[in-house]
Design a protein around this ligand. Sequence first.
Ligand code: HPA
Length: 281
Amino acid sequence: MSFPDAAGALRALHEAADYIREQSGNFQPATGIILGTGLGALVREVDVAYTLNYEDIPHFPLSTVESHAGRLVLGTLGGRRVAVLQGRFHYYEGYSMAQVVFPVRVLKLLGIGQLLVSNAAGGLNPDFRLADIMLIDDHLNLLPTNPLVGANLDALGPRFPDMFAPYDADLLARAEAAAQALGQGLTTRRGVYAALPGPMLETPAEYRYLRTIGADAVGMSTVPEVIAARHMGLPVLAASVITDLCAPGQLKPVVLADIFAAAAAAEPRLTALLRAVVAGL
Ligand code: HPA
């Protein structure tokens, strides 16, 4: 799938949104949620109304990552209508940026008013511990490109969107208040997320460099979706689960199973947190 022009890209987005409306009795989600690596459990909290497989939605890319389900779940969470993307698309899978952000743009056409995003990330801040939850308060886009390169989709947003506050201050405050209210050790961190293309993890020198330039965590996702969301004016809340420790002195070889284990350890807390945030919107 490639989009030669803005009109073609918009048509594809509308065809996908129209299909979802047809299949879901015109379900109108209020909040969009993207679930990251090993963080799919939130779906079990959703009172599911409709489940659509990505492969059935026109123009939707197909998920190639085993840990990502590839389903759009529509339902209610904490009394609020949500659209949950269970499975996301990464640049390292070979997708274009337009494909990576296609689902987020479709959710916006369906009417979401804010976007919640989760991911698994390596911790660079030496104070972080395994399975910590870091609320992202800024990012460094170190991917080779971004989804706004090319013809601007004027119907979605401006050519030069502002990036003063990519992560919404109100949503951040709500998330921190919700974490406090939940108690039981549900502390959150705040920090800067650096997005790199992957799929290899970083070298020790790269981790040192990332820390030097101000990153608290590093991963392979999220930033494209956030850029697309901000282009469309959507407020964003994003949370990283720290799945491996990469600060100098803490770094050791990582196996994927360790990343999944840390994500699984954090999953109940992240699920409770996102649920509480959504319920309070
Ligand atoms: N680097 C990049 N992406 C990641 C990491 C990491 O250390 N951990 C989880 N996702």
